[in-house]
Design a protein around this ligand. Structure first.
Ligand code: SAM
Length: 224
């Protein structure tokens, strides 16, 4: 449960140098980059592995609540880094164990993120479990807070009912606006997201459907 998890009191207290040592500037004692891409409930990390070479100048963070799975992703990244040491590959990805439904603003400043991924989130099929879903009105306000204006929320699921749920909540939220199908078709992250994650591969093998929806974080209206 959460009391076993460590959270920084504020984003400035988070020590990112351990996760991304290549981006730590010894001289200034500061990080050269901040995390801008988050994979929420990253599972075994396949999305980050494929995003890494596409965004070499951005730091990508997976958040995962299961201990064993987080440990697996950590080991996977250590191995990738050592196998690609020559070209300094995979230095821009890492994983953090945590409950992404809580304390996100403890990790990220307002407007810090440019992309958030929600790939094959747990469906919580039963009606009374719906409040446990990772896309809810309250949580969307938190996601809108950590996302910059113009940032994008990516969702994909094989569960049609969950897809409609996520679309409905995002559409109802004043700070998100749905991106068109033609935008989706041209965005490289959408094609990576369709195929890179372990869950996505499982759905592919079963020839299941994949439902995609992407939303832009719009400008916060000025209060006059
Ligand atoms: N995104 C991965 C993929 O597509 O292969 C994993 C999908 S899996 C069905 C959902 C993942 O979300 C699980 O690994 C689960 O442990 C994680 N998860 C569920 N609730 C979470 C939370 N509140 N914070 C962080 N991770 C969570």
């Amino acid at each position: 449960s959460d009391h076993q998890l460590d959270y920084p009191a504020s984003p400035d207290e988070m020590d990112w140098s351990k996760l991304y040592p290549h981006f730590y500037d010894q001289e200034t004692g500061k990080m050269a980059k901040q995390v801008t891409i988050a994979d929420i409930g990253c599972g075994f990390g396949g999305l980050m592995v494929d995003l890494s070479p596409e965004f070499p100048d951005e730091l990508i963070l997976g958040m995962e609540i299961r201990v064993q799975v987080t440990n697996y992703v950590e080991d996977r990244i250590i191995a990738l880094r050592s196998n690609h040491a020559k070209e300094e590959g995979y230095q821009n990805i890492n994983v953090l164990r945590g409950n992404a439904m809580k304390f996100l603003p403890n990790f990220f400043h307002k407007g810090q993120l440019s992309k958030m991924f929600f790939c094959f989130p747990d469906p919580h099929f039963k009606q009374r479990k719906h409040k446990a879903r990772i896309i809810t009105n309250t949580l969307l306000s938190e996601y809108a807070y950590v996302l910059k204006e113009g940032g994008v929320v990516y969702t994909i699921t094989d569960v049609e009912d969950l897809h409609h749920w996520m679309v409905k909540h995002l559409e109802e939220h004043p700070l998100f606006e749905r991106l068109s199908e033609s935008w989706e078709n041209e965005d490289k992250c959408v094609s990576i997201m369709r195929n890179a994650t372990e869950e996505g591969k499982k759905v592919e093998r079963k020839r299941g459907d994949k439902f995609v929806a992407c939303f832009r974080r719009v400008q916060t209206p000025e209060i006059i």
